[in-house]
Design a protein around this ligand. Sequence first.
Ligand code: ADP
Ligand code: ZN
Ligand code: ZN
Length: 749
Amino acid sequence: MPKPNIDPSISTREASSGEGMVYWQVALPGPLQTLFTYAVSVDVNAQAGMRVQVPLGKGQRMGVLWSPAKKEADWVIKPVLSVLDDEPLLDVDLLACLGWAADYYHFPLGETVLAALAPSLRQGQSLRGMAWRILPSGEQALVERTLRGVRQRALLERIAQTPEGVSESRLRDFPKAVRQRLADMGLIEPFEQTVSSMWPVRADTSANTLPAPTLNEAQSAAVTEVAASLDRFEVWLLEGVTGSGKTEVYLNLIDQVLAQGRQVMILVPEIALTPQLVTRFTDRLGLVPAVLHSGLNDGDRLNAWLAARSGDAKVVIGTRSAVFQPFADLGLIVVDEEHDGSFKQSEGFGYHARDVAIWRARRLGVPIMLGSATPSLESLRNVSLGRYHLLTLPERAGGAAMPDILLLDVRQQRMRGGLSDELAAAIETHLLAGGQVMLYLNRRGYASNLLCHACGWVAECPNCDSYMTWHRGAQRLRCHHCGFERQPPSVCPSCSTPLSPRGLGTEQLEDVLTGLFPGFGIERLDRDALSRVGELDRRLARIQSGEARLIVGTQILVKGHDFPHVSLVAVVDADQALFANDFRGAERFAQQLIQVAGRAGRASRAGTVLVQTHQPEHVGLNRLIHAGYASFAQTLLAERAEAGLPPVRAAALIRADARDVDAPRDLLTHMADWLHEHLADPADSPLDVWGPVPAPLARRAGRYRYQLLILADDRPRLHAALSQLESWQGSRRTKGIRWSIDVDPVDMA
Ligand code: ADP
Ligand code: ZN
Ligand code: ZN
């Protein structure tokens, strides 16, 4: 038996002579892009992906060993203070992914690397824990049955079961004194061990796994095709209408990957919405998925992190940050609702989890499946370029019909709290027939358009092909593309009706509904409902039980809930989203409309969807409703190509904010001028710079916000421009101005 290594943390402070040292580049958190070189003793089996404590300036910092470095002649290289891990926490494939992400998203490498560590590991928590193992005399005692104490024997037997040792945390059901007694008798000994997770690999075996439904033709075709190439990288886009059985397709493939002994990563947009999904996976696969999201406490998070890394957890379900989770043997990635904007982090490290996942899958040579009823334009374009393979599920699985979507023209109609009389009547009919009614209010807050209720006129920018945004605080109309602004007209330029910017929120709507339909029970689903643990569950339960017959909500409604008794879905205000002022507005609206419509008629009840609008003739809206999402999306793609916008061109948004109103605008103007002067020129590969313009949310937390949009035909050129801009501008905090780069921006607010 090897000698126990009670203190394997190695200090190399004495060995600073350069003799017996190897040099390493260390990724250190901080605003800088560079790696720092340190020396590590050759006695330590240093490997990339281990954490180290290093001296920096007057203090010290934790970093991650990145790659071996060559010593240049005149360098003064400091030794690391200690190596914190016995083995790499992150393998080379994941390190490579982090390196790529840092580069691609123009974010400091040392900060990027932290994204792959569980929070407690980021704070330097040691993975070395105390463990116990049996000694030869202990084995002898078991054989000869010399131990009299029942507890002593039980403990010794437990430890004997695992020759490599049992961590102390797993022996908590025995009193310390019993353990000490065995140690005193020389039967067991303590040693230091890398902490492992405590993961239930199998679900409670008393719970039977649910039988899988027989796949329909479209589902089988999809499964067969993907299953034939599980051994290589391929991006599959599974486009299936809501309720078409996409999850069944995932489950089937996951089963096959698990049968090979490999692991699966599933990314979902919003964890609060996953209990149903997690239960379904547990029941069907007969194992407990590790669930990773920011709402977990550090201990649970570490446990799940370790379980995925060790391979104990076969299935990992998580939100966007889980994309950086280490795995022992990843065999398949699934990104559910791939179009969802929450996969993109817009502040700080602005990665897109779907795109990072694709990079990882390619690196590992494993398939990745993107699923959605309303795929992103990015993914659809990649299908048309032949980069992704399209699989379609055109019909609902359970035999339920797709709902009809009808437009309600609300021009000149009497409105009560945002409800036209016609909509109110429809709600009443459905309630009286025993159905549930869901009202969807897209309330993207800060900005809206100025619209005439009498004729449907909308304020447009005289310079751009876009709508102007009504800024409540400033009482101004602004164009977010060119920055043009003006006073809002007091009467409609088209029909002379007095104009008043309208505002409607879910709370107001709830009040109106209570007045109109007393006694039916109303439940509200919005951000609020997600803020407290268990609150969402309570509200969902009241909906599932039928106690609440009216459901009012925001975007949260559109995400994956299954409410079988909803027979009417109403989109209260389509216009605000229809004339959204960022270029992704129409896409986002179409996705939300189709997703929310998909909540209707999930079971046997046929569903109806009513959309209130001042624009019943709107070409896009009509195309969406009559020709469907796929056709609408192709139109949008053509428009984006025409306008030179993503995904046809590559984009980056530069944001700047400061307490001073002029400073961020001046900085961005400076940058724009510099870009024009240095980079915008070559005719073969033009670079467009739009702005600066105020952010749609022009002031936040006392800081004024501006942004600059950069567009380029080819991505390398965009990245080169951004890199040059970075080195020219240096630090991201100059004179109280914060600025950041958002590559492939999604949320333009
Ligand atoms: P999606 O993920 O596309 O919204 P789901 O996989 O959740 O669809 O399926 C919708 C409903 O149809 C679920 O209740 C599911 O159990 C059921 N379902 C899926 N596939 C089949 C099938 N082949 N036969 C019968 N029912 C199915
Ligand atoms: Zn304009
Ligand atoms: Zn008008």
